[in-house]
Write a protein that binds this ligand. Structure first.
Ligand code: ATP
Length: 462
């Protein structure tokens, strides 16, 4: 038995060698006397060739392979040889495989709901994906297992994996300890209406909207720097291209020395290093993704660009936008601001600090010199929020006052509040959505592309 080889590892160096490879039947072309079968494994394709009248090729074998359904999972044995001219239809352009044997490991049905060949037509896709609501895209998500086999999805989820890997590597390297906090909780994580309620043996409970309160409690438990990667549930009944009802939250929380800017600088460096690492390691995947969507290259700053909220409001007003001083940014405001900042500072990544207290959650540290504003910040990428954070109130008396001021029932967050009675260090942190980050880093038109089986108000399957 020949050892199993992977298509991605084959090259002209294997010429004349007999190999055993597995993959899916991507397409076949029967030219009467010769059968060309493209075998696909992930993002790699290889042309395999079978001659009808060649000695040792039973006619039955020729006919079976000729008729095999696309997407069937098969094994081929054959001799690698250098292609006379480049095989443009395949990722392996300089070699082909002369088939000497085959095994059908698992047949696919003939009638595929979406064909992989059709899905690989990038020009068509560009048009289809301008609007998420196109029937075609819904069909893709309905048949996600097949859709995941496309180069586009394969590339996206490889970059997704890299993103998770580098973030975890970076934060661990900076002393963060990974924690996992409960997703089934007895009150709303941050309050508000956007919670999925569940029946917990007859008692009311909900799915966590964020690990916020628990990661702070871990800090009070004297872990100086913690992070969590886990599911976050939001019952936001809005169908946008950047909101999911379940997403992967990447949360950091750390003790600070003098200022929340320590977190801003750490996260800024994390993003710069992350984007750089992804661009280097996943250049092939990124160029596949860019061939599907026309995405301007990401422009990153040479140094951190920080815009305090009142200045950002000033920039919007100077560009004709009528708005209140303390009003939160709408999606349109964020887009316009992104364009203004890009023009002025030549960057797609920047930070807005000092958000108004009326638009941030109860635990956010209010600016001691001006209580209209807070020590809160958001990171913006390509004109959209990719992560949000703040210094948190660490004093029990102040936190309790704030809870009452905002009309929150203290008994609903009793365990959280109580933790502060035992003394809490000054601390700050951030929460980011992995899918949101991936969307804006890659320039995807919709956040659903970056979630394996996305959940939105209209989608609970597959
Ligand atoms: P937005 O204003 O965009 O709705 P938010 O202010 O509700 O976001 P936070 O609660 O601060 O967001 O969440 C932190 C981060 O989590 C956001 O910056 C974003 O990256 C991500 N995020 C929030 N809501 C969603 C969602 N519904 N789907 C995907 N990612 C989300």
């Amino acid at each position: 038995m020949y050892p199993l080889s992977e298509i991605k590892n084959l090259s002209t160096l294997h010429s004349q060698k007999v190999v055993r490879v597995r993959g899916r039947v991507f397409s076949k072309k029967d030219c009467g006397r010769v059968l060309f079968l493209i075998l696909r494994d992930g993002m790699d394709t290889l042309q395999a060739v079978l001659a009808k009248n060649k000695e040792g090729t039973p006619l039955d074998d020729y006919n079976t392979l000729r008729k095999i359904e696309n997407e069937s999972f098969i094994e081929l044995i054959g001799q690698v040889y250098c292609a006379e001219k480049a095989v443009l239809a395949c990722s392996k352009q300089s070699i082909e495989l002369a088939i000497t044997g085959y095994t059908i490991l698992s047949r696919s049905v003939l009638d595929l709901p979406i064909t992989l060949k059709e899905s690989a037509l990038t020009e068509g896709k560009k048009i289809d994906h301008q609007t998420f609501s196109s029937v075609h895209y819904v069909k893709r998500l309905d048949n996600r297992v097949l859709d995941l086999r496309t180069d586009l999805a394969q590339a996206i989820f490889r970059v997704n994996d890299g993103m998770l890997f580098y973030i975890q590597q970076y934060v661990r390297g900076h002393g963060f300890v990974e924690i996992k906090t409960p997703k089934l909780i007895g009150g709303a994580s941050e309050g508000g209406a956007d919670v999925f309620k569940v029946d917990y043996f007859g008692k009311p409970a909900c799915l966590a909207q964020s690990p916020q309160l628990y990661k702070q409690m871990a800090l009070i438990g004297d872990f100086k720097r913690v992070f969590e990667v886990g599911p976050v549930f939001r019952a936001e009944n809005s169908d946008t291209n950047r909101h999911l009802t379940e997403f992967i939250g990447v949360d950091l929380e750390m003790v600070i020395d003098q200022s929340y800017m320590e977190v801003v600088h750490l996260v800024y460096q994390l993003l710069i290093d992350l984007f750089d690492a992804l661009n280097q390691k996943y250049s092939r995947e990124i160029s596949i993704i860019q061939s599907f969507f026309e995405v301007p290259a990401l422009t990153l700053p040479s140094e951190l660009v920080v815009i305090p909220f009142p200045d950002a409001v000033g920039l919007l007003k100077a560009h004709g936008k009528e708005r209140g001083e303390l009003e939160d940014f709408s999606t349109e405001d964020e887009k316009l601001l992104g364009a203004i900042v890009k023009e002025k500072y030549h960057t797609d990544l920047y930070v807005i600090t000092r958000y108004p207290s009326c638009v941030r959650p109860f635990y956010t540290m209010v600016d001691p010199h001006d209580d209209r504003y807070t020590h809160a910040y958001d990171f913006m990428l390509r004109g959209a929020e990719i992560l949000s954070g703040a210094q948190r109130i660490h004093d029990y008396a102040r936190l309790s006052e704030r809870v009452v001021e905002l009309g929150i029932d203290p008994s609903s967050i009793y365990h959280y509040l109580n933790a502060f009675k035992y003394g809490a260090p000054p601390h700050a942190g951030v929460g980011m959505g992995l899918e949101r980050m991936l969307k804006y880093f890659l320039g995807l038109p919709d956040v659903r592309y970056s979630n394996l089986f996305p959940r939105d108000p209209n989608r609970l399957h597959p």
